[in-house]
Ligand binder design. Structure first.
Ligand code: ASP
Length: 330
């Protein structure tokens, strides 16, 4: 039975939470000896993204989130900044090509209603994330690939462009001298994955990449696959990955992270367990790097990597910061 004292305490906490603009969730121990009242506050808006290029992407996302915009618009506009930057050689325009000199891009987007859209191995389109969104919103499908994805983009007003910049062409010509294919060289791949929580409490995510440089033409990694490179369940949270896609795909990485959060793990713990699942199977990739980021429904965020060196950008409480992720191996 609720006593008058308990009622006054919970009302006072609810009022304080309301004054701070926080949503509060009360849970109460039933044992008379231990009258614990716990408040889980929701921090919002929040946006998290992979690597240092996430800082600029977060800025664009924050403009939308801080004016009560939708998380879906925030993640799309956020990662478009990275896609459009010719100096970032692992995403979009300026991405390093495959071994035949072709720039092929992968992207995926998910909204707050478990809708997903994706394109894989698409060429000549600078912002594949927006094509992925169109697949999600205007077709009965989830994924379009290769020439089909390009035709769909062109039919919907996207411009055909040459994505191979002078800088990337030069790097490819240099690589051709040896043609040494080392798919896990950590300097030749770095996807942007982004998850946002908006002021309405809704989550969305985006993930976009040019994949691993010098890959076999047609190779598709984890990034455009819902559940691998990106997963968002609006009841629980969202997660995204970067690193050797083959290892993420074999463990359904982002889906696994979200399910671990559903089971009560914090975002960082969930990312750590997903990394450990990869390491447990001792996957035979030299110099393997995989990292995850995650954000839950309460606005708690975290990341974790196989190796040292992974950073993620977190914009929360009005501050955009680059954070060194914890890692398993030295
Ligand atoms: N995960 C991406 C892929 O395998 C690459 C990366 O994030 O570095 O295509």
């Amino acid at each position: 039975m609720t006593t008058r004292r308990k009622f006054l305490v919970s009302s006072a906490l609810a009022t304080t939470a309301a004054m701070l603009g926080m949503k509060s969730i009360f849970s109460r121990s039933e044992t008379p000896e231990k009258k614990v009242i716990k408040i889980n506050t929701v921090r919002k808006p929040v946006v998290i993204s992979t690597w240092d290029h996430g800082i600029a992407a977060n800025e664009a996302a924050w403009k939308i989130l801080s004016t009560n915009g939708r998380a879906l618009d925030a993640v799309e506009q956020g990662v478009r900044v990275t896609e459009s930057d010719p100096n970032i050689t692992s995403v979009g325009y300026g991405g390093l090509p495959d071994r035949d000199g072709r720039v092929t891009l992968d992207a995926c987007i998910m909204d707050e209603n478990l809708n997903a859209g994706s394109v894989a191995c698409i060429e000549h389109i600078k912002n594949p994330i927006s094509v992925a969104r169109l697949v999600m919103e205007k077709t009965p499908h989830v994924m379009l690939v290769g020439d089909g994805a390009l035709q769909f983009a062109l039919q919907n007003g996207f411009k055909r462009e040459n994505l191979l910049t002078k800088k990337s062409k030069k790097a490819w010509e240099e690589w051709l001298k040896t043609s040494h294919y080392k798919p896990v060289d950590r300097n030749n791949h770095d996807t942007i994955g982004m998850i946002a929580l908006d002021n309405n409490g809704n989550l969305s995510g985006a993930c976009t990449t040019s994949g691993i440089a010098w890959k076999i033409h047609g190779r598709v990694g984890d990034s455009p696959i819902p559940g691998d490179g990106l997963y968002v369940d609006n009841e629980v949270g969202g997660a995204a990955s970067t690193g050797v896609g083959e290892a993420v795909m074999r463990t359904c990485g982002s889906y696994f992270v979200v399910e671990l959060m559903r089971a009560g793990k914090s975002p960082e713990e969930a990312c750590k367990l997903a990394v450990e699942r990869i390491l447990k199977w001792n996957m035979k990739y030299n110099d393997l790097q995989v990292a995850y980021i995650a954000l839950n429904k309460n606005g708690e965020a975290g990341g974790y990597a196989v190796k040292k060196g992974f950073q993620y950008a977190l914009y929360a409480d009005g501050k955009n910061q680059l954070i060194d992720a914890k890692y398993s191996e030295s």
